[in-house]
Design a protein around this ligand. Sequence first.
Ligand code: MF3
Ligand code: CO
Length: 257
Amino acid sequence: MYRPFLGYKPILKNKWELEILKKANAIVMEILLYLKEEVKPGRNTFEFEEITLYLCEKKKVKPAFKGYRGYPFALCVSVNEVIVHGMPKKDKILKEGDIVSFDFGVIYENYVGDAALTVGVGKISEQAEKLLKVTEEALYKGIEKAHFSNRIGDISYAIQRHVESNGFNVIREFVGHGVGKSLHEPPEVPNFGKPGKGPKIEIGMVIAIEPMVSAGSYEVEILEDGWTAVTKDRSLAAHFEHSVAVTPKGPEILSHI
Ligand code: MF3
Ligand code: CO
């Protein structure tokens, strides 16, 4: 998400709410994995929007992004240098070697599920392959720190450290976030920061952790459509996201099937 100030106080969830959030996120991931299988050279990015709308109807869920702050689609499809908020387009044709990120959310029984992943189109370069691997690994490094008694900065630092030690950069303009009845709740979960800093992580928190990583500079440019966020130097960018609950037993990934 962008960075409107959300406040600090997390909205903690009870067991019953976690069950609903688990269901919402399972549906999100099921649809994302379906989209992933449909990625091939020659497809235009609007086809994925159509598939998504069809699956939402079939599963009787509402897409969470459509209409959110005026975003016109159910799905964000971000190709190559597009970091996030790429809009589905009939004239954007995928070609071998591209990387494509799908970011998607649903509303199920008044609760929001939110997740994202990046995949390659056919055979991709070694650098692109590494970018996807490092970004996904960074997500899991972050998730590991989503432990009560830790702080948000511990998550941020783990992500940043993994990304930078592999020669890539984390995007600063967009951050992870609390998620529940709203798509964006406190606290913000930046992908850079210092261990031991930031809000305390508490049992009952649900946070969307979402590293966005550039193979080049972390500077961002927003295109004239007001949404599409690209790397200023047009280097490749990847994005992975899971919604995670903080339980007494540790972090639980809700967007796992
Ligand atoms: N996963 C993205 C986020 O958390 C989705 C927002 S796209 C929008 O910010 F269109 F809904 F804004
Ligand atoms: Co999100």
